[in-house]
Design a protein around this ligand. Structure first.
Ligand code: NAD
Length: 342
């Protein structure tokens, strides 16, 4: 892909999609067509630095809307698709599963069908160079109990929440459209992302915003659940690398070997805030005084951890950001630009 390509990105106004778009517009010569429904999770501020670029196009579209998807494919005639649009918050999926089924499953199906129709109209050479990258999560693998195990690309699916079940279903659809219709697709599974512009419903921004407001920092259960974290810009680069160099029909796991229990992570964030923003509210002495434990989330997975040796070995991708420096950068970004939304 040395020449400029047109890359259609779904969900580009979200946390990860916006990082992917910033990376592609700023570091490559490609054009981006961002289609996004602009749900509560979208944040156009995350695209402010690229929105005036001549290589960037935005259309407010629901991926469940087939006529609009057909129009987009015909009008822009993309050379690649990166599919990130999704409902992404596990807690919401427990309370309102319907919208997860609608967007993550029906939306992915609708997009695949629009893609299939469009793909038929391409020349052989365009077909040979096309890639539909489906961005998924390690949560489709369920949870790990044994502390030595890691999720690999051949780990069996065992989703435990409506969110992860809906993502697992979308993965199966993508795989079967590849096998049945011979459509070029690749699937990635990444671990938890962190970084600037994430919605406050997610753990790290919620800890930062509650701490700064002097509100309780709530932790599910005993806080011993283990998550494996990747800086969002490292994930964005990994996705681009897979799009350009990944092998059609393959799956790639993406992680950065930053395993941490939730309680250790929250304490790290409190320490960074103690150092950078010691303007305490409500009579506390340190931010950690705000930590409170609440009853566990139903179906809460104990541990996720990813083996990313395949993408490192086959595509030469490596995460760049250290966990401690990435967390500090994230806190600074939130403090500097009041990026907290929600
Ligand atoms: P996000 O919730 O921040 O953003 C999702 C975006 O999709 C929003 O801009 C929203 O407006 C858009 N959207 C939702 N429904 C839509 C619809 N019907 N039509 C068009 N647009 C719609 O999510 P994120 O954290 O950026 O995650 C992006 C993708 O990466 C998702 O597919 C998610 O499952 C996956 N993922 C996320 C993480 C993570 O840690 N955040 C980890 C692994 C995989």
């Amino acid at each position: 892909m040395s020449n400029s390509k047109k890359i259609l990105i779904t969900g580009g106004a979200g946390f990860i999609g916006s990082a992917v778009i910033r990376y592609i517009i700023e570091q490559t010569v490609h054009q981006v067509i961002n289609i996004d429904k602009l749900t509560y999770a979208a944040n156009l501020q995350a695209l402010a630095e690229v929105s005036d670029n001549k290589r960037y196009f935005f259309e407010k579209i629901d991926i469940c809307n087939r006529p609009e998807l057909d129009r987009i494919f015909q009008q822009y005639r993309p050379d690649a698709v990166m599919h990130l649009a999704a409902e992404s918050h596990v807690d919401c999926s427990i309370n309102h599963p319907h919208v997860f089924i609608e967007t993550n499953i029906v939306g992915t199906y609708t997009l695949l069908e629009a893609y299939r129709c469009y793909f038929d109209t391409l020349t052989t050479s365009a077909k040979n160079n096309f890639c539909f990258l489906h961005v998924s999560t390690d949560e489709v693998y369920g949870e790990l109990q044994n502390s030595n195990h890691l999720f690999t690309e051949s780990t069996s699916y065992a989703p435990n929440s409506p969110y992860s079940a809906s993502k697992a279903s979308s993965d199966h659809l993508v795989r079967s459209w590849y096998k049945t219709y011979d459509l070029p697709t690749i699937i990635t599974h990444s671990t938890n992302n962190y970084g600037p512009f994430q919605h406050t419903e997610k753990l790290i921004p919620s800890v930062i915003s509650n701490a700064l407001a002097g509100k309780p920092i709530l932790i599910y259960g005993n806080g011993r659940q283990i998550r494996d974290w990747i800086y969002v810009e490292d994930h964005a680069k990994a996705l681009y690398s897979v799009l350009i160099n990944g092998k059609i029909g393959e799956t790639y796991n993406i992680g950065a070997n930053n395993e941490s229990t939730n309680i250790v992570l929250v304490e790290k964030l409190c320490k960074i805030l103690d150092e950078l923003a010691p303007q305490y509210k409500n009579g506390i002495i340190k931010y950690r005084d705000l930590i409170q434990f609440v009853s566990d989330r139903p179906g809460h997975d104990y541990r996720y951890a990813i083996d990313s040796s395949k993408i490192k070995k086959e595509l030469g991708w490596q995460p760049q950001e250290e966990f401690d420096s990435g967390l500090k950068k994230t806190v600074i970004a939130y403090l500097n630009s009041k990026q907290i939304i929600g």
